[in-house]
Design a protein around this ligand. Sequence first.
Ligand code: B4P
Length: 191
Amino acid sequence: MFNLILFGPPGSGKGTQSEKLISLYGFKHLSTGDILRNEIKNGTALGLEAKMLMDRGILVPDAVVIGMIGKALEDNPGANGFLFDGFPRTNAQAEALDTLLAEKNMSINVVLALQVSKTELIKRLLNRGLTSGRTDDVNEAVIGSRIEEYERKTAAVADYYKKFDKVVYIPGEGSVNEIFDKLTSEIGKRH
Ligand code: B4P
């Protein structure tokens, strides 16, 4: 069992690298962004509430995403490991994750934190907005709010895991394959 968090600001490559990591290692991919977009697609009450916040670049309430992750852990008892993508995004989410994992005698092995400049983040997200159909990617003001939410609420999550010596910073600019090699090299040292 190996559990990792892929951490970084919006547009840092979490979703992109997660896809490659799960196909190499067979981890169960838990992306709170994907789960929320699925709720929106299905028109659920939760999806409607989440859409209003996501369209403004604001984080969804902790209780909602913690509940989603708790359910996903229950639904996947046989997984050989979990890749958390876009979660936790606040210290409250990080503490709740530790509690959920401890109940199952599990813990986080490593937090891989992608570092990308703000200019590059904005460029990537606007570029994705040309084709993704994601309403939160088309407007530069919304992208700005997402980056501000990251700086105000999420960046401190790395400090939470630093206390347990679990954070490794990875330069997140360069080709997708170059960054993937750096990630797999760090996983290889611990897996
Ligand atoms: P997410 O779905 O997590 O989206 P994200 O952070 O914007 O994207 P990600 O970082 O995965 O994208 P990637 O770089 O791979 O969140 C969306 C919203 O959901 C949040 O704003 C929030 O409202 C809500 N939410 C989700 N989780 C939550 C939580 N835990 N708590 C509260 N609210 C939550 O891709 C970006 C682009 O960069 C792509 O086009 C990709 O092709 C490109 N790219 C990737 N790597 C590249 C590289 N090396 N070079 C050039 N381009 C690259």
